[in-house]
Design a protein around this ligand. Structure first.
Ligand code: AHM
Ligand code: MG
Length: 336
């Protein structure tokens, strides 16, 4: 079978793209490229498990709950182990923070080489795993502030605001498998060609449409949102607003992917059940917010820019308004 690449255009893999980005920075050591390579490998293994989940009997729950009190699915666990095993090989990974692990995983015997902190949601959209709906992986990379061995690192090293990220990205396991990443030099997107197992560049320097007539929210909770959000949702259905559509997959990574490409706004406001919001700041909101900003979009918690929030705990949650700049600003204009 012929590989499904776009005829005429140069064919560039994600590895080559990252390498080229690195050459543009003469002071870069190449360590970050290696690290992104390890994440790419992990996501290919996860994608294979996701694609074959029914056959390999890895659907369903493990029977244990994670630190968030949520039931861990078998694929959550497999994805987490895969990322940890792929990153564990690299001396420069000092600390890993996962949605699935209560405490950070601290690398032993790497000394001062372990200068990176990798934070991730191994498999986002758990409620969609068993029903063949798009799910994904989200990651964020920061640098440690001190050069002590990671085992002596204070927890505060993991609690850095999103503006300190040095790389961030996500993968959607959807009708095709797509990875997007940024190192602060635009957002670039790659599609996995399963016939030869490589992520191939499909879009470079993505710009999010500044406006978009789509809002994405779990409107079932609307009655418990703060009033400003309710006013916005009422307005979005009026003639004045034009014709908005509601799209909500229930996998942040997939809802964000659509918003990035088509424009619009994703909302997860405070609710009665989750007064501080549901989504996690360090490994969900921060990486996607940076990608949104790099693509010309915006991200706020309703009061301030997500990337400037000082985290207080590893698994901290946040309200999230994320998407096209004008649409995010419009939502904010309804909040008190
Ligand atoms: P997860 O990381 O355990 O999958 O939870 C996060 C998910 C997001 O992907 C999604 O946006 C949200 O939870 C959906 O929540 P709800 O079912 O309350 O709408
Ligand atoms: Mg998640």
């Amino acid at each position: 079978m012929e590989p499904s690449t776009t005829s005429g255009k140069p064919i560039i893999t994600i590895g080559q793209h990252i390498q080229t980005e690195q050459w543009a920075h003469p002071t870069a050591t190449g360590e970050l490229s290696w690290l992104l390579g390890a994440i790419t490998l992990a996501t290919k293994i996860i994608e294979s498990n996701v694609r074959n989940a029914g056959i390999r009997d890895v659907l369903g729950a493990t029977g244990v709950s994670n630190v968030q009190g949520e039931l861990v699915q078998k694929l959550d666990q497999i994805s987490n182990d895969t990322i940890v095993r792929c990153l564990g090989y690299y001396d420069n990974v000092g600390i890993m923070v996962s949605e699935e692990d209560d405490e950070p995983i601290v690398a032993k015997d790497v000394g001062e080489k372990g200068k990176y902190i990798v934070l991730f949601d191994p498999l986002d959209g758990s409620s969609n795993i068993d029903v063949n709906v798009s799910i994904g992986t989200i990651f964020s990379i920061m640098q440690r502030r001190s050069d002590t061995p990671p085992s002596d690192a204070p927890l505060s090293e993991c609690l850095q605001p999103g503006i300190n990220q040095v790389a961030a990205g996500y993968v959607v396991y959807g009708s095709s498998t797509v990875m997007a990443y940024t190192t602060g030099n635009g957002v670039h997107m790659f599609t996995l060609d399963p016939s030869f197992g490589a992520f191939v560049l499909t879009r470079e320097n993505i710009q999010m449409p500044p406006e978009g007539k789509m809002y994405s929210v779990n409107e079932a909770y609307r009655g418990t949102f703060p009033e400003g959000y309710q006013r916005y949702l009422e307005w979005a259905k009026t003639k004045d607003a034009g014709t908005y559509s509601l799209r909500y997959i229930g996998s942040l990574v997939a809802d964000f992917h659509r918003t990035l490409l088509r424009g619009g706004v994703f909302l997860y406001p405070p609710t009665a059940q989750a007064p501080g919001g549901k989504l996690r700041l360090l490994y969900e909101a921060n990486p996607l917010s940076w990608i949104a900003e790099q693509a010309g979009g915006a991200a706020s918690d309703g009061r301030r820019r997500i990337l400037e929030k000082q985290p207080e705990s590893l698994h901290q949650r946040t309200p999230l308004i994320l998407g096209s700049k004008t649409e995010v600003e419009r939502v904010l204009s309804f909040l008190d």
